[in-house]
Design a protein around this ligand. Structure first.
Ligand code: BES
Ligand code: MG
Ligand code: ZN
Length: 487
């Protein structure tokens, strides 16, 4: 586990590695060197360093601190993301040079507190590897152990660093769960994990088993899980941090493997489908982060868990099932299973928990990747104020979301000949909007937003402070959203 600390300049030992940020303008004027390091920097030759983003220059010196220069690019392009990504370059350089502790001088950008927060986030989030199944230790380089932020007023930073540690460590745990294999992350084990996490924090947790789910008549969750050896589960976590009654609810898609079912996915599309519970994982670890920070807010996490298997007991195209809210659904395609389990969970959440707002998060559609790639998550909502709050939270954390419309005309597309609606229409246009339109039918009046993280939850390559594979997308976003609802 990485330790984050803050110190004053005069307490920095002379034998440490010191990272300095540098913009192109500062490089031109030679103004990036703090006076405390002027004699050290005078003896290094930085001619080859251009301060471009994502570049670094390392000078190891005898009996002096090693200097690590980190390029920030041009002043005018610097955003919070620039600092988070530049911080990930520090981590990369330290791992490269086998440095286990690094001092980082906070640059004079933004406010000192904000700059320190962005840098701490970038360091924490990029210091990650999923090595659980590697037996050859040489192949797994050790991670950074300590990052010490150097600034004039370290006392101010302790609360910020604590929050960064809690929220980012939960993001890393979320990545671990999404990266896990189905052997260790299935409806049974994830329900157990939620219970364990709840017991460690001030969270209540109810796990509904298959029998309960049958009694509650969640016909869609039951249908999706029919082909699997794992029974479905519905987890309800509840954190009560505020004295008033109002609560918000997160609902996360927990498909622990999506074969597509009878509408089987082909090779090339099926390999990563153990990650189809990234929404569920984000909800669980967001709740843990909220509880650990003791946010003054009441929050539910509702997590339907199932495996979408192909088998002789699996549900079939043309079947009709009745949802928790009594509506009937024709199965047009067994691969559109996410909206089915979410439909039951959303209707249950609204009816039984009565929150003032519901946000669901799901790896719902491949169409979302076609629209936004891996860079942006789609969101759709029936409420303007919820839209603004969510978007603002995403601007704060750097987890990009963009709104798509939910015009009622789309409802025509999911009409069925034999039931109230169909989960997938015959014509496959506007996939992400159609998915959300289906979900909308299971909300009666509550402000609700749906976030499609099919692209952003899993990276095909490393990007800045996010690694290849599971990104943990959503934990920081939902945490920030809950924090803003607490105000
Ligand atoms: N889990 C998938 C969506 C997905 C695709 C997530 C790629 C991550 C990466 C979802 O259950 C699915 O299969 N959706 C179908 C819907 C279609 C049948 C309307 C899809 O996107 O193809
Ligand atoms: Mg599917
Ligand atoms: Zn799926």
């Amino acid at each position: 586990m990485l330790t984050l600390q803050a110190k004053k300049f005069d307490t920095v030992s002379q034998l440490d590695t010191i990272a300095l940020f540098c913009t192109q303008e500062q490089l031109a004027q030679n103004s990036f060197i703090p006076q405390q390091l002027s004699d050290v920097c005078a003896i290094i030759n930085t001619k080859t360093f251009k301060a471009k983003p994502n570049t670094y220059f390392f000078a190891a010196l005898n009996d002096r601190p090693s200097i690590l220069l980190i390029g920030l690019g041009s002043n005018k392009d610097i955003t919070p993301e620039t600092l988070r990504n530049a911080a990930s370059v520090i981590v990369g350089a330290c791992l490269d040079k086998s440095v286990s502790a690094v001092h980082i001088v906070i640059p004079e950008l933004f406010s000192c507190n904000d700059a320190a927060r962005y840098i701490a986030e970038g360091v924490y989030l990029s210091n990650y590897a999923f090595n659980r199944y590697k037996t050859q230790k040489e192949e797994t380089s050790p991670l950074l152990e300590k990052a010490i932020l150097v600034c004039n007023n370290p006392g101010q930073l302790s609360h910020i660093l604590k929050e960064v540690e809690i929220v980012c460590s939960n993001t890393l745990m979320c990545r671990d769960l999404v990266n896990e294999t189905t052997e260790n992350a299935n409806p049974v084990t994830i329900a157990k994990l939620a219970k364990k996490i709840a017991a460690q924090s001030k969270i209540q947790c109810t796990v509904y088993t298959k029998k309960d789910i049958e009694k509650m008549k969640m016909g869609l969750l039951l249908a999706v899980s029919r082909g699997s050896m794992y029974p479905p589960h519905l987890v309800v976590m509840r954190y009560m941090g505020a004295s008033k009654k109002d609560a918000i609810a997160f609902v996360g898609k927990g498909i622990t493997f999506d074969t597509g079912g009878i509408n089987l996915k082909p090779s090339g599309h099926i390999e990563t489908m153990r990650t189809d519970m990234a929404g569920a994982a984000a909800c669980i670890y967001t709740l843990q982060a909220i509880a650990q920070m003791k946010l003054p807010v009441n929050v539910y996490a509702v997590i339907p868990l199932a495996e979408n298997m192909i088998s002789h007991t699996a549900y079939k195209p043309g079947d009709v099932y009745t949802a928790y809210n009594g509506k009937t659904v024709e199965i047009g395609n067994t691969d559109a299973e996410g909206r089915l389990i979410l439909a039951d969970a959303l209707a249950f959440t609204e009816k039984k928990l009565k929150p003032k707002a519901i946000v669901d998060i799901a790896t719902l559609t491949g169409a979302c990747i076609v629209s936004f790639g891996e860079i942006v998550a789609a969101y759709l909502t029936n409420d303007e104020s919820l839209s603004t709050t969510l978007f603002n939270a995403s601007q704060i954390t750097g987890e990009k979301i963009w709104r798509m419309p939910l015009y009622m005309e789309y409802n025509e597309e999911i009409k069925s000949d034999i039931a109230d609606m169909v989960n997938v229409p015959a014509v496959r246009n506007a996939g992400t909007i159609i998915g959300a339109t289906f979900l909308k039918n299971f909300i009666e009046h509550t402000p609700w937003a749906h976030i499609d993280i099919a692209g952003t939850s899993w990276y095909s390559k490393k990007r800045g402070y996010n690694p290849k594979n599971a990104t943990g997308f959503g934990v920081r976003l939902l945490y920030e959203f809950a924090k803003s609802m607490a105000l």
